[in-house]
Design a binder for this molecule. Structure first.
Ligand SMILES: Cc1cc2nc3c(=O)[nH]c(=O)nc-3n(C[C@H](O)[C@H](O)[C@H](O)COP(=O)(O)OP(=O)(O)OC[C@H]3O[C@@H](n4cnc5c(N)ncnc54)[C@H](O)[C@@H]3O)c2cc1C
Length: 449
């Protein structure tokens, strides 16, 4: 069991493993402590009817250069997300087909949506993404929830419901739970609403046929026994010469520590001496959202034969967005459904399956009821480090503790997608945050050894 290292990294998600890989590559002796019995964090690949499927992160797209370069270095190939044919929208009790990103709605709804998106885009353009609390209107925007801002823009019910779908899939939260400053800053970090929401040229453009978890698994294989699983860190003692990091079965003394876990989960680690004032309330002001996912498998992607892409939106839960992630046109056909965690997560497995398949059948017809296999995953119900896809930052957080989010404290450094300035909330942001933290640590330590 290792008791000494140059650097301890807490958390073996994309951020922690990237930081460890970079530091190890620069000659530092690194130990990674991971609380779960697996690496990957919010990237978790399972199989359904023998097909690898991602229960957490799935998609990547253009400008996500950090994660794409890492995947390429590790030999992990992507494939385009299937999007040929008509999309579906289930809205106000009716199912309609549409093409592209904007669903077929009434002219007045479309005009209202375009107006609200324009106003949102204007705010995005002005947002200083690295220091959002310095925006001219920072306090005003951080004093509002996304929902309050929508109301102030006289958003129509359809616009509000579409933005709620965006909030649900992006943060695992409702528009009244998320700060408007956070929403604007988050979208800016993703390159705008189109870039964030689109398939072609957007964040859903490609996926990994073998799953995203192969990336952290390959990094962990490179690092070997320097990655310790089942090692939930509960205490860190630091001083001017370094830090001692404690987990149940032991402790490691290091010259620096990278804490690469979601801000909310920093609360589970007692730090002595106490962190500076703004750091203490940060975990409670940066809560994780709650999103679930369901996969249904069929003999073939039967919707394709009907000219449909498998992509759908629904104003009725629990499944509210779908994608076709079938491995081949000949089959099996695999539908991915993003699931609203509220209600769903509390249900028994059989009821969840029934509800999810009924939602798919409402979109794709009765055939969707006859799934050969089914699998769901509830991130909000995880016993360790629960929540996802990312933080649903409420009003007031950025302007009170935002500065402390990634600010080093002595030998302690912070990583994790929530601390990223580009593609925060995504795999790419996680990788960038790990690279940034590794750079900070190297500068701090100066020389290995
Ligand atoms: C349903 C869902 C869908 C998503 N879809 C996409 C997508 O399509 N594309 C995309 O780019 N991103 C997506 N994401 C987001 C993406 O998964 C995350 O941005 C990314 O995985 C975060 O990586 P991370 O390393 O910052 O954090 P994490 O992956 O959360 O890693 C943190 C690690 O720290 C560990 N840990 C926590 N506390 C402790 C402790 N005290 N001691 C030791 N270890 C600890 C955790 O177990 C975890 O392994 C999705 C996420 C979810 C949940």
């Amino acid at each position: 069991m290792r008791t000494q290292a140059d650097v301890v990294v807490v958390g073996a998600g994309f951020a922690g493993l990237t930081a460890a890989r970079e530091l190890s590559g620069r000659g530092y002796d690194v130990v990674v402590l991971e609380g779960r019995d697996r690496v990957g964090g919010r990237s978790l690949t399972r199989t359904v009817a023998g097909v690898p499927v991602d229960m957490g992160a799935t998609f990547v797209g253009p400008t996500q250069d950090a994660v794409l370069a890492l995947a390429q270095e590790l030999g992990c190939a992507t494939t385009p997300t299937f999007c040929d044919g008509k999309n579906l929208i289930r809205w106000r009790g009716e199912v309609r087909e549409y093409a592209g990103t904007i669903p077929r709605l009434s002219m007045s709804s479309l005009l209202n949506l375009a107006w609200v998106r324009l106003r949102f885009a204007l705010l995005v353009r002005r947002m200083p993404v690295r220091r959002p609390w310095t925006a001219l209107d920072a306090y005003e925007l951080d004093g509002l929830s996304l929902r309050q801002w929508l109301d102030s823009m006289r958003a129509a019910p359809t616009t509000i419901d579409l933005m709620a779908i965006m909030a649900r899939v992006t943060w695992g939260a409702e528009p009244d739970q998320v700060s408007m400053l956070h929403a604007v800053r988050y979208v800016k970090a993703a390159g705008g609403l189109n870039r964030m929401l689109d398939v072609a040229k957007g964040a859903q453009q490609d996926r990994f046929p073998a799953g995203t978890q192969q990336i952290p698994e390959r990094i962990a294989a490179e690092l070997g026994d320097r990655v310790v699983l089942g090692a939930a860190v509960h205490r860190i003692e630091y001083d001017e010469t370094g830090a001692t990091v404690h987990y149940l079965a032991g402790s490691v003394r290091a010259r620096a520590v990278v804490v690469a876990i979601p801000p909310q989960h920093r609360a589970a680690i007692a730090v002595t001496p106490e962190l500076p004032e703004e750091h203490a309330p940060l975990p409670s002001l940066w809560p994780q959202g709650r999103l679930s996912k369901a996969y249904a498998v069929y003999e073939t992607p039967f919707w394709r034969a009907e000219g449909r892409s498998g992509e759908a939106l629904s104003d009725t839960g629990p499944v509210f967005i779908t994608f076709d992630v079938s491995p081949a046109p000949s089959g099996p056909g695999v539908l991915l459904g993003f699931v609203d965690a509220r209600d769903f997560d509390e249900r028994a497995p059989e009821q969840r399956r029934e509800q999810a398949l009924a939602g798919l059948a409402a979109l794709f017809g009765e055939r969707a009821l006859n799934a050969l296999d089914y699998l769901d995953f509830r991130w909000g119900a995880e016993p360790f480090a629960p929540g996802g896809p990312t933080a649903a930052v409420p009003p007031g957080s950025w302007t009170t503790v935002g500065k402390a989010l990634a600010e080093p404290v002595g030998p302690l450094f912070w990583a994790g997608t929530e601390t990223a300035d580009e593609w925060t909330g995504f795999l790419d942001g996680a990788v960038r945050s790990g690279q940034r933290a590794a750079g900070e640590v190297a500068k701090y330590l100066h020389t290995p050894g």
